[in-house]
Design a protein around this ligand. Structure first.
Ligand SMILES: OC[C@H]1O[C@H](O[C@H]2O[C@H](CO)[C@@H](O)[C@H](O)[C@H]2O)[C@H](O)[C@@H](O)[C@@H]1O
Length: 623
């Protein structure tokens, strides 16, 4: 059976078969078979109207594809934009599907829309449009009627707070005995058909019609203009551009917050339970984001993110969380959508993320570093910033010795994770530097003392001489790829023998080919994370390995490993969180900001951008 037929009859295809659309408020995932299988409206973290990604046809989707066998499919984004073209080649001819979502950076009053245009390229091809609309993550079948609004025929679907209106050149009809709508038609070379689906609340008037062709053109223009700001023409420029556009696409324009991914519960282990909701903003990602955006000329986005960060952590420093909602909301209550079968059977589907209540000490280092970098990069001081940082430091002084859940957000018992302790050092170090280098007021003698104390502690307790490596946690013997960040944050130089030893140990224990696991999840090896199943290799860690190699003097190896990692991106340049080498498949949420952040930061390390520890360099990229 061809892929295409498989996708029509059942659940979602491989994660790598999806492409991203975004309007800077929410995102859609479109499969290689022309099916929009994931769309939450009106925001990234809203309930979905298409959730086939986590279930089957009945969870909602919108497919436009040839009825007959597809010989091959070719996809690309138009230039640097997020306007997606999917070409289906069949024995009868070829058609091109053009998908986009009008970006809403400026006019926030516009309601989200999904625009689909179909062009006949050659011959005459029979096409099926199938529209199955379900609100509330597939739990709610809306009332759907064909009617007239604003002078044209349309289909309106309403349930609870949501309305969507579908307009187009070939509106589908209800399929007898099914809660689905379909239209089957023929399209000849040179013909063009278009559809647009718009969202509004159910208590407002239905959205006014938009011109699909104009919207498509405007989307393309928006992204092209945006990409014109990117300053990078080194190796793998396409991958760097696509990663930056993806990071921008994951940004919620009204607040500047960036979601870790637009999806929930794409499994880290195929068929397993490691399924999390990533439609939130993690403070940890702050420094990586700031560096990535600012390094390549996207300073406006870097400032917006910095400002989001300052607003999110404002208030009593004792209340600082490790993650927030996209507006800065605090309560991300985790629950399970038990009616959804999960991505290819991986249950549970989780909405919300209980990690928001965890203590993860590294975020203090991340926030201090991000604000320090933004000061160094001249992103403009805000009056609140230093007062807030001092408050955070006061709080950190009271809890820095506690065990925590670490950056991997383990669900097992808290520990003294080496990476968390290193990041505590970063927090005190950046506080000291703010006083020393930027003349800001603060108890610098005490901070220096604490900085030196935690440095000595990490070297004494996080280092295992027998293994010749830093370990995952104090006194343990497991390794952890987060210790690859030690030179990147300036805790030790890249050529320090302990860094070199750690790189070698991780190479031996956690690296398979070019892929690096964050820690071992082999059965019986470790129960640190409190979860079952072996997960894929973590793509961000693989890029961190590249950075550590480069910083420890193995630059050529680093560059060729980077070449191979970049090649793991799918046909439209996107990366998931993890890669399952055994099955050659993406796993985890998709596309994931962390992976794309790591890719662009490796490009910076290798090809002349400013790195995290090269704090005094103020020159441009082409150094
Ligand atoms: O697999 C365990 C954890 O996975 C998620 O966290 C991961 O994603 C975060 C966002 O990019 C990243 O900051 C973190 O370091 C990663 O471990 C999930 O959100 C957690 O709830 C889960 O325990």
């Amino acid at each position: 059976m061809a892929d295409h037929e498989l996708a029509i009859s059942g659940g979602p295809g491989p994660i790598e078969d999806y492409a991203l659309l975004s309007d800077l408020r929410t995102a859609a995932l479109v499969s290689k078979t022309g099916s929009v299988d994931w769309l939450c409206l009106p925001r990234f973290d809203s309930p979905s109207c298409f959730a086939r990604l986590l279930g089957d046809e009945q969870s909602g989707h919108w497919q436009i594809a040839p009825t007959g066998p597809v010989e091959h499919t070719h996809r690309r984004y138009r230039d640097t934009s997020l306007v997606l073209e999917t070409e289906f080649h069949t024995a009868d001819g070829s058609v091109r599907l053009i998908d986009s979502m009008p970006p809403h950076e400026k006019n926030m009053d516009d309601q989200p829309a999904l625009v689909r245009v179909l062009e006949g390229v050659s011959g005459e091809v029979e096409v099926r449009l199938r529209w199955v609309i379900r609100f509330a993550y597939g739990d709610s079948v809306p009332w759907v009627r064909r009617t007239e609004a604003h002078g044209s025929e349309c289909i309106i679907a309403v349930a609870g707070p949501h309305t969507v209106v579908l307009r187009g050149d070939r509106l589908p009809y209800r399929v007898a005995g099914e809660r689905a709508h379909e239209a089957v038609f023929t399209i000849a070379a040179g013909q063009r058909l278009a559809w647009i689906m718009q969202w509004s609340t159910s208590y407002e008037a239905v959205a006014e019609p938009l011109d699909p062709m104009q919207e498509t053109q405007d989307s393309e223009d928006f992204w092209r203009e945006w990409a014109a700001n990117i300053r990078y023409d080194g190796p793998h420029a396409d991958a760097v551009h696509r990663s930056l556009a993806t990071l921008k696409a994951l940004t919620f324009a009204p607040t500047g917050g960036m979601v870790a991914a637009p999806t929930t519960s794409l499994p880290e282990t195929l068929g397993g339970e490691r399924n999390w909701d990533y439609r939130y903003c993690w403070l940890r990602d702050a420094t990586f984001t700031l560096l990535a955006l600012d390094n390549f000329g996207c300073s406006g986005e870097a400032v917006a993110w910095r400002n989001w960060l300052l607003r999110a952590v404002a208030g009593d420093p004792a209340d600082v969380q490790i993650m927030y909602g996209i507006d800065g909301e605090r309560h991300l209550i985790e629950w399970e959508a038990d009616w959804l079968p999960g991505y290819q059977g991986a249950k549970p589907v989780r909405i919300g993320n209980a990690a928001y209540r965890q203590l993860q000490l590294d975020v203090y280092g991340e926030v201090m570093d991000a604000l320090h970098l933004s000061r160094e990069r001249g992103l403009g001081e805000t009056p609140e910033s230093w007062a807030l940082q001092r408050g955070m430091m006061r709080h950190l002084e009271t809890l820095w010795q506690q065990p925590d859940s670490g950056l991997w957000e383990v669900r097992g018992p808290d520990r003294h994770f080496t990476h968390s302790r290193v990041m505590v050092w970063v927090a005190f170090d950046r506080a000291v530097r703010a006083v020393e280098q930027h003349d800001l007021p603060g108890p610098v003698a005490r901070w220096r003392e604490l900085r030196d104390a935690v440095h000595a502690e990490v070297l004494a307790k996080g280092w295992n001489a027998e293994l010749n490596s830093f370990t995952q946690y104090y006194g343990g013997t497991e390794l952890d790829a987060s210790t690859l960040l030690i030179p990147a944050v300036g805790f030790l130089p890249g050529d320090d023998e302990r860094v070199v030893g750690t790189v070698r140990a991780i190479e031996r224990e956690l690296k398979n080919g070019d892929l690096v696991d964050r820690y071992s999840t082999d059965s019986g090896k470790s129960d640190v994370d409190g979860l079952h199943g072996r997960e894929g290799s973590f793509l961000a860690c693989s890029f961190w390995f590249v950075d550590a190699l480069a910083l420890s003097g193995r630059r050529n190896e680093a560059a060729s490993m980077f070449d191979r990692l970049v090649a793991l991106a799918n046909d439209v340049g996107l990366l998931a969180e993890e890669y399952d080498a055994a099955h050659g498949r993406f796993t985890g949420n998709f596309p994931q900001a962390f992976s794309h952040l790591a890719l662009v930061n490796s490009a910076a390390v290798l090809y002349g951008g400013r790195t995290r520890d090269a704090r005094d360099r103020t020159d441009g990229l082409d150094a």
